[in-house]
Design a protein around this ligand. Structure first.
Ligand code: PGA
Length: 252
């Protein structure tokens, strides 16, 4: 059985003081014994150190929202996997649709980043998902399988088992429009089949596939009950401790 993984993507929100406060609220809402699900919070880079301190003694893991694929060098404004590791980061979101849309990330850069994250011992949370126009044009399947294959190209089966994929239909992110349970399950099964074709059924069965896109306290339990939905990547609702805790508890 796959352990469910719920990650909070805080995006460009919260100062250092607000980070300390939100982490404390999440810890209080969850209780430090926690449930069965793996829990990750991903604050902005500037608050990773503060969050690491605030998380000490809890089972909640620390994630970043992006990274560069090189170890070091002349890449103004960028952050390497080694820098993240140094701060106690264990997970990193890669290829979020906002990065693809606003910062020109491509499947090729996603692939470089996933490889670098794995080499550094970070768990990549690799985001894929179609836009509304793509879905309406009947291209969902081609877009999603294409992103999975290109984003994970050249990564061998054994390391593939340790990655997390987040299916985030772009039309559902921050819009309040969630995919239905059936729509989400259909795409999750498609992603698992794509992984099985590339790396074999055993590896595919181990990969956790999160749903993301307006997942909230009210709809989480239904989505998380689907066979191939192994957690959530939560944006807006991750900024409210009580809602985030409800989603984590729905994951077991
Ligand atoms: P949302 O964001 O939950 O606010 O829709 C999810 C995400 O972008 O990761």
């Amino acid at each position: 059985m796959r352990t469910k993984v719920v990650a909070g993507n805080w995006k460009m929100n919260k100062t250092a003081a607000e980070t300390r406060a939100l982490v404390a609220e999440i810890r209080a809402a969850l209780g430090d014994a926690g449930g069965k699900a793996e829990v990750v919070v991903c604050p902005p880079f500037t608050n990773l150190q503060v969050a690491a301190e605030a998380l000490k003694g809890s089972k909640i893991a620390l994630g970043a929202q992006n990274m560069h694929w090189k170890d070091a060098g002349a890449f103004t404004g960028e952050i390497s996997a080694a820098m993240l590791r140094d701060l106690g980061v264990s997970h990193v979101i890669i290829g979020h649709s906002e990065r693809r849309q606003y910062f020109a990330e491509t499947d090729a850069t996603v692939n470089e980043k996933v490889k670098a994250a794995l080499a550094a011992g970070l768990v990549p949370i690799v985001c894929v998902g179609e836009t509304l126009a793509e879905r309406e044009a009947g291209k969902m399947e081609a877009v999603v399988t294409g992103q999975v294959k290109a984003g994970l190209a050249g990564i061998c089966g054994c390391s593939l088992a340790g990655i997390v994929i987040a299916y985030e239909p772009v039309w559902a992110i921050g819009t309040g429009k969630t995919a239905t349970e059936a729509q989400a399950q259909e795409v999750h099964a498609l992603i698992r089949k794509t992984l099985a074709d590339c790396a074999g059924a055993d590896v595919a069965a181990k990969v956790r596939i999160q749903y993301g896109g307006s997942m909230n306290a009210a709809n989480a339990a239904g989505l998380l009950a689907q066979r191939d939905i192994d957690g959530g990547l939560i944006g807006g609702a991750a900024l409210k401790a009580a809602d985030f805790a409800t989603i984590v508890k729905a994951a077991g």
